[in-house]
Design a protein around this ligand. Structure first.
Ligand code: NAP
Length: 283
């Protein structure tokens, strides 16, 4: 069997086109959806990520204001800056690029963002809203994975989903989103005794660990949907996921590639959240 590919690039393109249209409609009403991106320090990977976020925004008609602060910025000054952005009616979304310098408490900084502007969905209020099924911003990566499942018309009702990884930004919210769609959910982690015994039962597997080739063909039930969140580098420097793609695609029914899978969807969902923040503020 050769799995069908869930093309994250193509789906993200469709989502960006939708965002462009809805942004134009808001602009026609005099509202310019605006994202504030706060970058502290000069972490090289963060520089690349924020550049993508600014470019993605401008391509879809959103405004992304990138503010750069020196690595020695005091935490109190960052909190004051976030407070000012919270109060600014022209700013709809606030994103603080992580990681922050060591002298800052990331949790405290994220909690300073108004939940109404928390487009990364990392605030405790956003996590709580997801947990109890109330409106709020969903973290972009698991939200993008859900959109991928939706794009293939996959009904999760009564299906067994296995999520590998339990981080607050991917694994746990992913499990909540799957549960909300009436899947039965198992969450695995580094202390799971027999990962393969779990994944072999799964109709859907979401791998979010950060270990290349963690999921191999012998761990996958024929026909399962496999979503690969992992981002790793091979010895040659090539980007790869957590899934042994060549092997697993011969067993799975659907599979996401890396690159071109969850990555572009994560970027697209930030645009959706920012637009929705602006739409909610205008409602
Ligand atoms: P994380 O915070 O490091 O979490 C990794 C999780 O994997 C932890 O829950 C850990 O278990 C679990 N784990 C480690 N070894 C395991 C094993 N052998 N078997 C089962 N579970 C194991 O990472 P994260 O932030 O969630 O990110 C996960 C991966 O997704 C990374 O590769 C990251 O780069 C990637 N990512 C991609 C995107 C994207 O847009 N494509 C976005 C976000 C993250 P414990 O909890 O027990 O330690």
């Amino acid at each position: 069997m050769t799995a069908q590919l869930i093309d994250g690039n193509a789906l993200a393109r469709q989502i960006r086109a939708d965002v462009s249209g809805r942004t134009a409609a808001l602009k026609a009403r005099g509202i310019q959806p605006t994202l504030a991106i706060v970058l502290v320090g000069d972490d090289p990977a963060s520089q690349v990520y924020v550049k993508h976020k600014v470019n993605d925004s401008s391509e879809t008609g959103l405004v992304a204001n990138l503010e750069r602060h020196p690595v020695e910025m005091a935490e109190a000054d960052l909190l004051a800056r976030i407070h000012a952005l919270n109060e600014d009616p022209a700013v709809h979304g606030i994103l603080v690029q992580l990681p922050l310098p060591r002298h800052m408490d990331s949790h405290k900084v994220i909690e300073a963002i108004s939940p109404a502007k928390d487009v990364d969905g990392f605030h405790v209020a956003s996590a709580g809203a997801l947990m109890v099924g109330q409106p709020g911003f969903w973290p972009c990566t698991p939200h993008g994975c859900m959109k991928m499942l939706e794009s293939i018309g996959y009904s999760l009702r009564g299906k067994h989903a296995v999520v590998i990884g339990r981080s607050n930004i991917v694994g746990k919210p992913m499990a909540m989103m799957l549960l909300a769609q009436n899947a039965t959910v198992t969450i695995c982690h580094s202390a799971t005794a027999d990962l393969g015994a779990m994944t072999r039962q799964a109709d859907v597997i979401v791998a979010a660990v950060g270990k290349a080739n963690l999921l191999t063909a012998d761990m996958v039930k024929p026909g399962a949907v496999v979503i690969d969140v992992g981002m790793n580098r091979t010895a040659e420097g090539k980007l790869c996921g957590d899934v042994d793609f060549a092997g697993v695609k011969e067993v799975a029914g659907w599979i996401t590639p890396v690159p071109g899978g969850v990555g572009p969807m994560t970027r697209a969902m930030l645009l959706v959240n920012t637009l929705e923040a602006a739409e909610r503020s205008a409602a």
